[in-house]
Design a protein around this ligand. Structure first.
Ligand code: 5GP
Ligand code: ZN
Length: 142
């Protein structure tokens, strides 16, 4: 499955160049063209899915397996001290390219970056009842 106007589908099809660092039948990983840090790498399913909810569970597991492996390999390659591994899932979360991709962003002691806690807006002040309701709604559909 591919989409004609999708830049990441074009990378999968080798229609535009990328610095590919891993490829198998279902997943491909390449360096981010505008890296937030040395070694910033993207891992994507080869098939076109816009958001994570569209990705079949088996494919999601393959993508995570590659993220897991590359997280170590990428950090070693650039001598990083850690990494943020994350998906921007949907426009509200800042997703710019509408083809699911996981980021491995190497982090370095004292790099002046921020933790994943810094990505959301103001923290909500939730009552116990509200927390119970949210937990219940998630639990009932898991
Ligand atoms: P998003 O905000 O959608 O999670 O991140 C999209 C990422 O894709 C950005 O970090 C951006 O630098 C990267 N990107 C956008 N276009 C290209 C491209 O053509 N090639 C590569 N390698 N990365 C790209
Ligand atoms: Zn695509």
């Amino acid at each position: 499955m591919s989409q004609d106007d999708c830049i990441f589908c074009k990378i999968v099809a080798d229609e535009i160049p990328s610095r590919t660092v891993f490829e198998d039948d279902e997943v491909i990983a390449f360096l981010d063209a505008n890296p937030l840090a040395e070694g910033h790498t993207l891992v994507i399913p080869k098939d076109h899915y816009e958001t994570l909810d569209e990705v079949p569970e088996e494919t999601a597991a393959r993508v995570f397996g590659v993220l897991h492996k590359l997280n170590t390999v990428v950090q070693d390659a650039v001598d990083a001290d850690g990494a943020n591994v994350a998906f921007n899932d949907g426009e509200a979360a800042g997703q710019e390219v509408p083809h699911v991709h996981g980021h491995v962003i190497p982090r370095f002691d004292g790099d002046d970056g921020h933790p994943i806690h810094a990505v959301a807006g103001e923290r909500p002040n939730l009552s116990d009842e509200e927390l119970d309701k949210i937990a219940g709604a998630i639990h009932d559909n898991s």
